[in-house]
Design a protein around this ligand. Structure first.
Ligand SMILES: [Zn+2]
Length: 141
């Protein structure tokens, strides 16, 4: 990605199906998650900028983080979905996850599209951290 090194992309598992009609950039998403899983901060940071500029892809990342958490915990804790709950999870992510819980996936994708790219970057950054933590615990289970 940076020209001086390479690492594998991450193949999004096939049972993570796409919401219909959304132009999610799977190549970008796979590369970004791959860089995050590989623990490569320079690629992760560079690709995060692209994800932040691409609302459906950022929304998809938030969705994947929610799905992974739901699978691991059987639901989404309030600290991931409620602004007032406090805790370490970023506010932008919590807002989007809360919209998704209350109004469904379409509402969450719409809300993500209305964020500015800085807010979207923060939400995607948080989502990546959550997703990678869940993927890692899957791998070691
Ligand atoms: Zn890298």
């Amino acid at each position: 990605m940076n020209g001086d090194h390479e690492h594998g992309g991450f193949v999004i598992p096939l049972d993570y199906v796409d919401p219909a009609g959304r132009a999610v950039d799977h190549q970008l998403l796979g590369d970004f998650v791959g860089a995050a899983v590989a623990g490569c901060p320079s690629c992760r940071d560079a690709l995060l900028t692209f994800v932040a500029e691409d609302p459906p892809t950022a929304a998809r990342l938030v969705e994947l983080a929610c799905i992974a958490t739901r699978e691991a915990l059987g639901g989404l804790p309030a600290t991931m979905t409620e602004e007032a709950a406090g805790g370490p999870v970023g506010l932008e992510f919590r807002r989007l996850a809360g919209v998704g819980v209350a109004g469904g996936n379409d509402a969450m994708f719409d809300a993500c599209g209305r964020l500015d790219s800085e807010q979207r970057r923060a939400a995607a950054d948080t989502a990546a951290g959550i997703l990678i933590a869940q993927l890692r615990s899957d791998l070691t289970r």
